[in-house]
Design a protein around this ligand. Structure first.
Ligand SMILES: [Zn+2]
Ligand SMILES: [Zn+2]
Length: 346
């Protein structure tokens, strides 16, 4: 099967805004995920992390029975610290192509792409915006306005591109987030259920020995105990479990998606190009079948792929059709990836 075997030396520009007008591209390149403006998703992620850390380690882990409590502090604590470190590194790394980085001045405005002079931003491994020769797997990200080495996708949650330099930090951040939130949600669920089954199991901290009422509970044990009511403990537990389910499902989907990509040795960009081409071929087949039905002849059917069906770049030309085909996992658009926006200048 060879429809992905032809090598192209250039990328194909997309219609800007569906052809309705010029697309806004920043005049300056972004350095990394800290470059302004911050993305709202980024702020949501930090708020969510802070909420889970405070509620998990401040309220529910201290209520676990003795042995479990220490295990939870260590295991979930390591996952949370590991996530924080890999998340911050993935944001901070500048994933630009080395040759772009070598001559880059971030204070200098980037030139506008002149489509009358060049058909593609990158041609023959040269980027006309970065004015540099780039690697074969580099792509010019329209959000970052620079070429990214081993481009995977532009992540709104990191507010940074994910490329060869920070892919594993991104991957570890996703993995630690899934495991951390999953375990913490299980702890909260355990406390919630145990409150009704055997609440004495949750009252092992020495602070509970000085209170006579079984309806007195504490948060922020053991360092700064604050009295609260059972209703408070249970209400926050319900809210936390509800908030925890969404990221477990979404980030779990994203993790499975990237495990699948690693297994197939593909990037997110490769996968998206493949999906786009498959859809394009399917749509053309449908049109041709409709024509055959109306004409009653097979004569006009073209069996070879057209130029537009071919991969958009050198990198995607590395795709090979597997006998089993690529499984459609439903690329997790809303979670992390922004390939469509990113490749528009590729
Ligand atoms: Zn570039
Ligand atoms: Zn980017």
């Amino acid at each position: 099967m060879s429809c992905y075997s032809r090598r192209l030396r250039q990328t194909e520009p997309e219609q800007q805004n569906g052809g309705s007008g010029p697309r806004h591209v920043s005049t300056h390149s972004r350095v990394n995920g800290w470059s302004l403006p911050l993305h709202p998703f980024q702020l949501v992620a930090w708020l969510f992390y802070s909420y889970l850390a405070v509620v998990g380690f401040g309220i529910y882990v201290p209520l676990l029975p003795h042995g479990w409590k220490h295990a939870a502090y260590v295991v979930i604590g390591l996952l949370f610290v590991g996530h924080l470190v890999t998340h911050l590194v993935a944001i901070t790394v500048d994933p630009a192509d080395p040759s772009v980085l070598a001559k880059k001045s971030y204070s200098r405005p980037m030139p506008a792409f002149d489509r009358t002079k060049h058909k593609h931003v990158i041609q023959n491994l040269h980027c006309y915006l970065c004015e540099a020769d780039v690697g074969p797997r580099a792509k010019h990200c329209s959000a970052c306005n620079k070429c990214i080495a081993d481009f995977d996708h532009h992540c709104k949650w990191l507010n940074n591109c994910v490329g060869g330099k920070n892919y594993w930090f991104f991957f570890c951040a996703v993995g630690s987030a899934v495991l951390g939130v999953l375990l913490l949600t299980m702890v909260v669920l355990y406390v919630f259920i145990q409150y009704f089954v055997n609440p004495a199991d949750l009252r092992t901290d020495p602070q509970f020995e000085r209170v006579t009422s079984n309806t007195t509970w504490f948060v922020f044990l053991p360092a700064a105990p604050v009295e609260t009511t059972p209703a408070g403990i249970l209400a926050i537990a319900i809210l936390t479990v509800m908030l925890g389910v969404a990221p477990i499902l979404l980030l779990g989907h994203l993790l499975v998606f990237h495990l699948y990509l690693l297994w197939k040795r593909l990037s997110t960009y490769d996968y998206m190009v493949h999906q786009r081409n498959t859809q394009s071929i399917r749509e053309r087949k449908n049109i041709e079948e409709a024509q055959v039905t109306s004409d009653g002849t097979l004569a006009d059917i073209v069996s070879t792929p057209r130029e537009s069906d071919l991969p958009l770049s050198d990198r995607s030309s590395g795709l090979r059709y597997h006998d089993g085909g690529l499984i459609s996992l439903g690329q997790p658009d809303g979670i992390c990836t922004d390939v469509a926006d990113t490749t528009s200048l590729a």
